[in-house]
Design a protein around this ligand. Structure first.
Ligand SMILES: Nc1ncnc2c1ncn2[C@@H]1O[C@H](COP(=O)(O)OP(=O)(O)OP(=O)(O)O)[C@@H](O)[C@H]1O
Ligand SMILES: [Mg+2]
Length: 364
């Protein structure tokens, strides 16, 4: 069988695991009842190649698409370590499929465990854990097919209505901010039908929004400069939320929306409170190597966790407004340095110096 590595086993072999966004014409063949944003979380080739290039100074990099053949390829190639950016093919545990396979095969990998990835993908379970740790997060109810949106009456309007297990603002369109029970009912029914999963209805936090990158492993973590998300540059009449339209329709590389500022221009006390809350959440969910935590202030100015992204997006083009690379740039790190910092955090966690591929192989 031909070997898939150019230079077998003289250097550390790093596999990048990813899901590639289909070309636009392939997306048009998707089932009619499939949501229009099905592939929003997957990566484009530019990102995959940028991650590969960033890691090329660390060893021999192999690209493995996280499709149904990937288990066989992983078993055959047996990389020393995987840099995981695969969001997963399907299902509610999709983000944990690749890390689970890697644990099964005994291959080290960057990023959080299958348990953490699944818990953070399920925003309601994640919030239950935050509540247990007394970390502020908006009050919420969960609506499944069997329960009705009327449960939301116990919360004060306006409310946010969102699919419980999506990212990249999938299903979070401009009309997910609702001001009355009729709209709440209508939006809930639409999301239940389209996304076939429970719907999370949350108190709307009206204050400023921030997102915070964390690199490393507790207690040795680096909190990157805080990114503030401002809504005054959205089209007139748009709701003050970082919606699907804001992320993917109104914000284009050729005409980026000016909605971010980093480092956020906020008083140092608030910055410290936001950074401390992010680290508490990182720790409570047992995040590893990297993470991006979305937060918003309530009417009293108190930071709350909206959600935790243990598999954050890393688009390399600065015009594409990807928040983790943006925060890294504000910290004086290049894109390549960011990717390598995550990689080294994983090596440190496995107790391996970067020049010792054999030591990693002993983990395999
Ligand atoms: N309870 C809330 N109060 C105020 N705004 C909210 C609330 N929930 C969500 N939002 C708005 O909707 C946006 C998207 O929500 P959320 O971060 O939960 O979605 P996501 O799809 O997981 O995002 P990501 O792209 O970070 O994975 C937030 O950035 C925020 O602007
Ligand atoms: Mg978010």
């Amino acid at each position: 069988m031909p070997c898939e590595l150019a230079n077998p086993r003289t250097a550390m072999v790093i596999a990048v695991l990813f899901n590639l966004k289909p070309a636009t014409e392939d997306q048009s063949t998707q089932e009619e009842e499939e949501p229009p944003d099905s592939y929003a979380e997957w990566d484009d080739l530019e990102t995959v190649l940028a991650v590969r290039d960033a890691l090329s100074s660390e060893g021999e990099v192999v690209l493995i698409e996280a499709n149904e053949d990937c288990f066989d390829r992983l078993r055959r190639i047996r990389p020393d370590i995987v840099f995981n950016i695969a969001e997963g093919q399907r299902g509610l545990s999709r983000e944990s499929h690749v890390p689970s396979m890697l644990e099964f095969l005994g291959i080290p990998y960057t990023g959080s465990s299958p348990l953490t990835l699944s818990l953070c993908l399920d925003k309601a379970r994640c919030k239950e854990i935050l509540v247990y740790h007394a970390i502020p997060t908006p009050r919420f109810v969960l609506i499944d097919d069997g329960s009705s949106a009327e449960k939301a009456a116990q919360l004060p309007f306006p409310l946010m209505v969102k699919p419980v297990m999506e990212g990249s603002s999938k299903g979070i369109t401009n009309d997910c901010l609702v001001w009355n029970m009729d709209d709440c009912r209508r939006q809930t029914a639409k999301l239940l039908r389209l996304y076939r999963q429970p719907v999370l209805i949350e108190e709307f936090l009206p204050g400023s929004e921030f997102t915070v990158g964390v690199i490393g492993n507790y207690p040795d973590v680096q909190v990157l400069p805080i990114v503030a998300i401002r809504f005054d540059d959205l089209p007139p009449g748009a709701n003050p939320i970082y919606s699907y339209e804001a992320k993917w329709v109104w914000d284009r590389a050729e005409a980026p929306l000016g909605i971010f500022s980093c480092p956020a221009k906020i008083p140092s006390d608030l910055a410290r409170q936001i950074a401390d809350t992010a680290v508490l959440a990182f720790r409570a969910l047992d995040c590893r190597d990297w993470c991006r935590i979305d937060m918003r202030l309530d009417a009293q100015g108190q930071p709350h966790i909206l959600e935790i992204n243990p598999l954050p997006g890393v688009l390399p083009d600065p015009n594409q407004n990807s928040c983790l690379p943006k925060a890294a740039r504000a910290a004086g790190m290049t894109y390549n340095q960011l990717i390598r910092a995550v990689f080294h955090a994983a090596l440190n966690r496995y107790g391996v110096a970067k020049t010792q591929p054999r030591a990693l192989r002993e983990h395999n």
